[in-house]
Design a protein around this ligand. Structure first.
Ligand code: CA
Length: 229
């Protein structure tokens, strides 16, 4: 049974999220302010943290920073619960290492599905090595051989395009900000900037043909690879 810690100060949202997780077989603990939430995360080491960003006292971003700075809590996945218009905080949270976010108001189905995806992804990442081939639909990526195929066609990508593609495809459904992409790829043939990430994506989509649609734009935040499940 997965154990989730919910940190949220709005009582009705807290009760609603709690109810839905319990009903779906999770063990759930609750905190209504940042200090308690952080203390409970450190003590309980839950499998997943649902973290409201706007909290009295210690806010969600600060909690995220503390969690990701600490070896003991770094690997606990975090899904941020955010309000509309908080895109900058979402970007900051993702860059601090949060795994995903859900914008209020959300349906319990959406939140439960995201939680399941994050937990499942964690398990499969533990199993798979970094160089394991990736196969999604007609798209095949072999990180070790730096090879990309769409169906039977070999696709010629630049170094940077290849790195951007494999970064995204290794974690389907995961949102990457532009600056995370820049940090991860550091092109050899090309000075990568946040703006040039957009150019790389345009080029990639074109070269990948019908598989180009696997790369989705997350408005105001960044890019993600389509999660097929
Ligand atoms: Ca709040």
């Amino acid at each position: 049974m997965a154990h989730v810690l919910i940190i949220e100060d709005e009582e009705d949202i807290l009760a609603f999220v709690h109810y839905n997780f319990i009903r779906n077989g999770y063990q759930a603990d609750l905190a209504t302010n940042g200090e308690d939430g952080l203390a409970m995360a450190r003590e309980l080491k839950p499998d997943l943290i649902l973290l409201d960003l706007m909290l009295p006292g210690l806010d969600g971003l600060e909690i995220c920073r503390h969690l990701k700075d600490d070896r003991a809590t770094r690997s606990i996945p975090v899904i941020m619960l955010t309000a509309k218009g908080e895109e900058e905080d979402v970007i900051a949270g993702l860059e601090l290492g949060a795994d995903d976010y859900v914008t209020k108001p959300f349906s319990p189905q959406i939140l439960l599905a995201r939680a399941k995806t994050v937990l499942r992804r964690l398990k499969s990442e533990e199993k798979k090595g970094k160089d394991a081939p990736i196969e999604i639909g007609d798209l095949f990526i072999h990180p070790g051989r730096k090879e990309v195929r769409v169906g039977d066609d070999i696709i010629n990508l630049t170094y940077t395009e290849f790195e951007v593609l494999s970064l995204l495809a290794r974690r389907p459904g995961w949102v990457f900000t532009r600056s995370q992409i820049v940090d991860a790829v550091r092109g050899e043939d090309y000075a990568v900037t946040e703006r040039s990430v957009d150019v790389q994506i345009v080029g990639l989509r074109k070269k990948l043909g019908h598989c180009g649609a696997f790369i989705e734009t997350v408005r105001g935040v960044g890019y993600r690879f389509r999660d097929e499940e």
